[in-house]
Design a binder for this molecule. Sequence first.
Ligand SMILES: Nc1ncnc2c1ncn2[C@@H]1O[C@H](COP(=O)(O)OP(=O)(O)OP(=O)(O)O)[C@@H](O)[C@H]1O
Ligand SMILES: O=C(O)c1ccc[n+]([C@@H]2O[C@H](COP(=O)([O-])O)[C@@H](O)[C@H]2O)c1
Length: 224
Amino acid sequence: MSEGADAPPLPAGERAGVRGSGAAPPAPFARIPPLAPGMRIGLYGGSFNPAHEAHRAASLLALKKLRLDRVWWLVTPGNPLKDNRALPPLAARLAQARAVAAHPALLPTGLEAGLGTRFSYDTVDALVRRFPRVHFVWLMGADNLASFHRWQHWRDIAARVPIAVIDRPGCTFPAMASPAATALARRRVRESEAGALATMRPPAWVFLHGLKSPLSSTRLREGG
Ligand SMILES: Nc1ncnc2c1ncn2[C@@H]1O[C@H](COP(=O)(O)OP(=O)(O)OP(=O)(O)O)[C@@H](O)[C@H]1O
Ligand SMILES: O=C(O)c1ccc[n+]([C@@H]2O[C@H](COP(=O)([O-])O)[C@@H](O)[C@H]2O)c1
């Protein structure tokens, strides 16, 4: 669970999880309700700056189509590929994400700060090791599939957990023509089989249609 030397720095104090508090990070799983063997959990990583209705709708779509029990929102301490200098503190983004999620099956968490992970591979690796009998699925919007090949150890993420990609306006073609989609083309499963994805042996991935929301955090930050 290393912080890579090639990642840009986090906002001051963010490594502790709560900016400027000087407090130790919370025990990673302190706020996670008990898990039962065989549970299916979606892992939805994001900056959530701010969280919005499309995050909620995408999570509910995945919950239904993949037959998940829960979706954990992994509110990142800082996306390793983004300039995070203006990123609000984790605690503030987490509180706002909780207000938006407002559903018993959606759980915004600060797990990555608690685990000390920043790269998604490290997070996935930690969770799969810690909960070997839980079926995790990585969830992401189509924009992230388009750049997935730039993520650290992306092939290992795909080898570790099934992946569901949620369509997003303007991103369908860049996602489907991306290096990662091309490399994993033979492991794509039909949307009609999405209900079985969580228990499939990875690599396995599905492209989920049916949302196509134009909402984005950028747009909200810009007041749109
Ligand atoms: N409208 C949307 N449709 C589908 N997926 C989305 C949508 N908005 C965000 N996502 C996905 O949610 C996850 C978290 O996204 P993030 O917090 O970066 O929100 P964002 O709206 O993409 O933010 P920004 O505009 O700052 O890039 C990512 O996997 C992203 O692809
Ligand atoms: O691990 C990586 O190399 C990596 C590179 C870019 C993005 N991610 C993760 O992708 C998720 C979506 O990020 P974002 O900023 O688009 O919401 C979030 O969990 C990030 O930590 C991860």
